[in-house]
Design a protein around this ligand. Structure first.
Ligand code: ARG
Length: 576
């Protein structure tokens, strides 16, 4: 059950006051304020409609506020705002209610909503790189948050497992067979090397290029030997991806991998349907969809190509087929695509085509959850010195190695497997947090040193804040964190209760814009508010009833930090 926040209870009080005055047009607009606990801004708009002086209306509202024990002080401020301070008792009662509520009082507003989310999407026989990292991490966080809010989420790892490149890969393998040890962790490295060799040969040797093209035809025609070779290559890569997902601690399984090839059988029907409806037309031998507002630099319209001149289907056709299936068969109420911002035009065209063809009803939003580029230390897209893309696994290994140093320096007693596990939690957490904390549409610089800093807006800082709270609670020896609502509150305690109370609203905001960085910002502020509280308010040395109240604050802060980190896919160990 959702526990109403203090802001929403206050909003109800203001609405009740307005109703008593017959001001049904007043929408309270309650928000946190620098001058009081909250302020209500809605009087201004209501006074405009009533053609009355805002300060007069505000004064009437203040006088009519119900005596429900919530408001300690109310006054008119500025042009007609209402400043509102809450009673200590109401704050403490809210703290007690939130502690007692299941799931910290977070409700399940996503109940009954099915989201199909397309994320991670690595390409077969290629290394995963930082672009796939962003998609994987942002997608995983959104999945966790939507599910936590009661939603049904279908994950789709739209793996790049089809295309003409398989012709040369398979042909090269056939001509240079090598035994494959599928348990070998360097398999992917070899596969990527095979890709490079095949590509080079394809470019240099016209005879090979011809044979590779025939392989494509054989693959598409379902030639058993060719298909078997393709399957092997796909299986090797998939095993590797799964390994990376395990290391990252993301919830993607083999069952979620529905690659581009899965739609092969329905592509002709997709094309025929679009053609029949007149959405797609033949132009220059290709089946195309045109858009009024999409033109190239020469002013000529740029079409979405559904079927190429040679009869082959590409990326667009596959996405259209996937979309149609996600709406009609998976019954999606919402479609999300966590993909690089550079593919914005592609998705605009795909969504527009799907709307025109009726596959995407107006009630189903389709959102390109776009993200920016990861930059290297030189401020340019992240590449190795040799100009290659940086391998995701190398990044993770480096982050975990560095984290091991950070953790070992803090805990000289920690060794062996325990140290390794802690290093993994901190290192992977740091990588994820650095990615999630940046507004996803912005580019950011990959900087392992900053990511693993103990102070500042980092995953490690939050993990430490959480562990410190667990240690305080541990030292309290299981003493009751019982709330006594009659105690008087220190300003730092009030601030902490007010921050703790907005966790659920923050999750709603994250979903509204598919912006996990809002949760990061919230947790960071919460940790800072806690630090201020802990500096001003002794916990273990305090007397009853203050001690119990402060332990309750520690408990709720610790639980909120842990839940928040979990929703970001970051471990929150009890000790660091
Ligand atoms: N595999 C593609 C890439 O690495 C991304 C696929 C994005 N998803 C989609 N449904 N088009 O660039």
């Amino acid at each position: 059950m959702t526990l109403p926040s203090l802001a929403s209870s206050l909003s109800d009080s203001v609405t009740a006051a307005a109703a008593r005055l017959g001001l049904s047009e007043l929408a309270p607009q309650v928000r946190r304020s620098e001058h009081a606990d909250f302020q209500a801004d809605g009087v201004l708009a209501a006074a405009r409609i009533l053609r009355r002086r805002p300060r007069d209306v505000a004064a009437e509202v203040v006088a009519a506020l119900p005596a429900d024990g919530l408001v300690a002080a109310a006054e008119v401020a500025g042009p007609g705002f209402v400043n509102l301070d809450l009673t200590d008792r109401a704050l403490l009662a809210q703290l007690a209610d939130r502690l007692a509520a299941p799931r910290l009082g977070v409700g399940t507003p996503e109940t009954g909503v099915t989201t199909v989310i397309d994320y991670s999407q690595p390409n077969i026989a290629k290394e995963m790189h930082v672009g796939h990292l962003r998609s994987t991490i942002v997608g995983d966080a959104l999945v966790r948050i939507l599910e936590h809010l009661g939603g049904a989420v279908v994950r789709r790892n739209h793996i790049g497992d089809w295309g003409t490149q398989f012709g040369m890969l398979i042909q090269h393998r056939v001509e240079h067979p090598e035994p494959v040890d599928t348990t070998d962790v360097t398999t992917m490295r070899r596969l990527a090397a095979l890709y490079r060799r095949a590509r080079a040969k394809f470019d240099a040797d016209p005879g090979f290029a011809d044979r590779a093209r025939q392989r494509v035809v054989a693959l598409q025609a379902g030639d058993p030997q060719t298909v078997a070779a393709w399957r092997d290559i796909v299986a090797e890569s998939t095993r590797y991806f799964t390994d990376v997902y395990d290391r990252l601690g993301v919830r993607l399984t083999d069952a979620d991998a529905v690659g581009e090839s899965a739609y092969n059988a329905v592509l002709p029907d997709v094309a025929a349907d679009l053609e029949r409806q007149g959405v797609a037309v033949t132009s220059d031998g290709a089946l195309c969809v045109f858009f009024d507002d999409v033109r190239g630099p020469d002013g000529e319209p740029t079409p979405l190509i559904v079927r190429k001149r040679d009869g082959g289907f590409g990326y667009a056709a596959t996405d259209l087929a996937a979309l149609r299936q996600r709406v009609t068969e998976l019954r999606a109420d919402r479609l999300l695509y966590v993909v690089d911002a550079r593919q914005a035009l592609h998705f605009r065209m795909v969504f527009d085509t799907a709307r025109r063809s009726g596959w995407l009803p107006p009630t189903v939003p389709a959102v390109h959850v776009a993200f920016g580029t990861v930059l290297g230390p030189d401020g340019r897209p992240f590449k190795t010195r040799a100009g290659d893309t940086v391998r995701l696994v190398d990044l993770l290994t480096e982050a975990v190695d560095r984290a091991r140093d950070v953790v070992a320096a803090k805990n000289p007693g920690l060794t062996g497997a325990a140290l390794d596990e802690r290093a993994r939690q901190v290192g992977v957490g740091a990588v994820k947090y650095a990615d999630l904390a940046t507004s996803r549409t912005r580019d950011y610089t990959y900087d392992p040193q900053r990511m693993l800093a103990l102070a500042g807006n980092t995953g490690v800082y939050l993990q430490y804040a959480h562990a410190r709270i667990r240690s305080i609670l541990g030292r309290a020896g299981g003493a009751e964190a019982a709330v006594d609502p009659t105690a008087a509150l220190d300003p730092a305690e009030r601030a902490l209760i007010l921050d703790l109370d907005t966790f659920a609203d923050t999750l709603t905001e994250v979903v509204a814009g598919y912006e996990p960085h809002r949760l990061c910002g919230y947790l960071y502020r919460l940790a800072q508010t806690f630090t201020t509280f802990y500096e001003h308010c002794p916990v273990l040395r305090a007397e009853a009833p203050t001690r119990g109240n402060r332990l309750a604050l520690c408990r709720l802060t610790g639980d909120t930090l842990r839940t928040g980190l979990e929703l970001l896919g970051i471990d929150a160990p009890d000790q660091l």
